[in-house]
Write a protein that binds this ligand. Structure first.
Ligand code: SAM
Length: 264
């Protein structure tokens, strides 16, 4: 089967990596959702889940995938673009209150899938393959690689590296190396954040332009004067350093700042 570049097809061919991804999850006792089963490298290990649903955009893979789900009454493959699916609705319609997501996703949809796991409460765990650089940013706790992704994923999930993946583990070989991260939802900050929407907006606004200070980014995002921004931040943190950048603000401090932030 010829891989289709437009669908970001890089099939996993390294058994060791496949084993690591599978054994990082309790497949049998969970409802499992897979995005992009492809030729089924992971799928064939996932079809024994309590219930299994996969979304695949490429209908030409149907004959191949049909063989994998043959005699697996709990497994279903939906030939649709995951970006056109309202996953929350889909899960509700299928009476699923909790699921785990496993995906070797094409790089071009990494952003939307990360957004999906931020927004979909029903996903209690996700194991995702992604470009190494994106993984580094997500795992970062401060400095150049730290950004809104690190904070917005980090406050909702405990995040672990499952394994690094060399580009030669795929066919065809992509240009870059990858990493597999596992996200485990936790509610440790849920009661400390006063208003989640406000928190998310505050974090995104703080990182608007990475080289700018936190104060200047808030001025541009909220369209208020520098004096008002500094005044509000100093009310929250008396010794607030006005030269501080968002890359030096921990998740806990972001929560404190957004809780005390007066503007919408
Ligand atoms: N899971 C397989 C593996 O590990 O070998 C295939 C991985 S390949 C990187 C990505 C898969 O996602 C391909 O099968 C591709 O057709 C599928 N895909 C790409 N875009 C998609 C989308 N928007 N919705 C659903 N599937 C998609």
């Amino acid at each position: 089967m010829k891989a289709k570049k437009r669908f970001g097809q890089n099939f996993l061919k390294n058994d060791n990596i496949i084993k690591k991804i599978i054994s990082a999850n309790d497949i049998k006792n969970n409802v499992v959702i897979e995005i992009g089963p492809g030729m089924g490298a992971l799928t064939k290990h996932l079809v024994d889940a309590k219930a299994f649903f996969a979304f695949e955009i490429d209908t030409s893979l149907k004959p191949h995938l049909n063989e994998i789900i043959l005699n697996k009454p709990n497994a279903k493959i939906i030939y649709k673009d995951i970006l056109e699916i309202d996953l929350n609705n889909f899960l509700k319609e299928n009476n699923i209150s909790e699921c785990i997501l496993i995906a070797n996703i094409p790089y071009y949809i990494t952003g939307p899938i990360l957004k999906l796991i931020i927004d979909t409460q029903i996903i209690k765990e996700a194991t995702l393959m992604m470009q190494k650089e994106v993984g580094d940013r997500i795992l970062s706790t401060g400095g150049k690689t730290y950004g809104s992704l690190s904070v917005l994923l980090g406050y909702r999930y405990d995040i672990f590296k499952v394994t690094n993946v060399k580009n030669t583990s795929f066919y065809p070989v992509p240009k870059v190396d990858s990493v597999v991260l596992k996200f485990i939802r936790n509610d440790k900050y849920i009661n400390t954040i006063k208003d989640e929407e406000k928190f998310i907006k505050f974090v995104k606004s703080s990182f608007l332009q990475k080289r700018k200070t936190l104060v200047n980014n808030l001025v541009s995002s909220y369209k208020i004067s520098k004096e008002k921004v500094i005044e509000n931040l100093k009310e929250i943190e008396a010794d607030f350093n006005i030269m501080k950048r968002a890359e030096n603000v921990s998740i806990e401090r972001f929560i404190t700042f957004s809780n005390g932030w007066k503007y919408d």
